[in-house]
Write a protein that binds this ligand. Structure first.
Ligand SMILES: NC(=O)c1ccc[n+]([C@@H]2O[C@H](COP(=O)([O-])OP(=O)(O)OC[C@H]3O[C@@H](n4cnc5c(N)ncnc54)[C@H](OP(=O)(O)O)[C@@H]3O)[C@@H](O)[C@H]2O)c1
Length: 159
């Protein structure tokens, strides 16, 4: 394959290509545009998509949270995952045709701060905005897994 912006590399076990795209997580259009760009470069399916970005750096009791900050957490941590999922869904589905059901994977990065059970253990850490934004991600990913019987959607929780 060759395309403008595509970097082709070799490892002992596979040949792979890197196609740089930009997705600003507060952009309504970047995720869809990124999918169009990789399709134009010849990609017709995706086996694995990882929604990694997240912000966590503001700490307040709920009553002290500025709503602008709360919205920023939702935008970067939650809406970005939804926008990415919607954008890549057709290419993930296309991977089942090639490799069989349950081969495509959509993965998001969650956190112990999002857990509702055992919340008491987290309350000393003032992670209300972060935890709420990631709890919504947990729901989205669980729901994506159940709604799409051909897809493995799951969370990784580094801490
Ligand atoms: N570190 C931990 O202990 C920990 C624990 C639990 C969960 N997590 C989760 O793990 C994931 C990665 O975190 P990390 O610790 O590796 O953090 P990090 O090094 O700060 O990386 C955060 C990533 O988010 C992107 N990002 C931040 N704000 C953004 C914005 N407004 N728009 C677009 N992209 C933005 C950054 O992109 P740029 O590089 O382009 O700035 C970067 O790729 C996050 O989802 C985080 O919530 C981390």
């Amino acid at each position: 394959m060759s395309a403008r912006g595509m970097v082709k590399s070799h490892s002992p076990i596979m040949t792979y290509c890197r196609i740089p795209v930009k997705i600003a997580n507060d952009s309504e259009t970047d995720a869809a545009a990124a999918v169009e760009a990789i399709k134009a470069a010849g990609v017709s399916s995706l086996d694995v998509v990882i929604a990694n970005p997240g912000i966590a750096g503001k700490f307040s009791r709920l009553e002290d949270i500025a709503m602008n900050d709360f919205k920023e957490f939702a935008e970067v941590n939650t809406y970005s995952v939804m926008r990415l999922f919607i954008a890549v869904h057709p290419l993930l589905k296309a991977a089942t045709d090639k490799n069989g059901p349950c081969s495509p994977k959509f993965i998001a990065i969650s956190t112990v701060a999002s857990r509702i059970n055992k919340l008491e253990e987290n309350v000393p850490f003032l992670l209300g905005s972060y935890g709420a934004s990631k709890a919504a991600v947990n729901y989205i990913i669980r729901r994506a897994h159940i709604e799409n019987d051909w897809l493995q959607a799951f969370l990784l929780e580094p801490g």
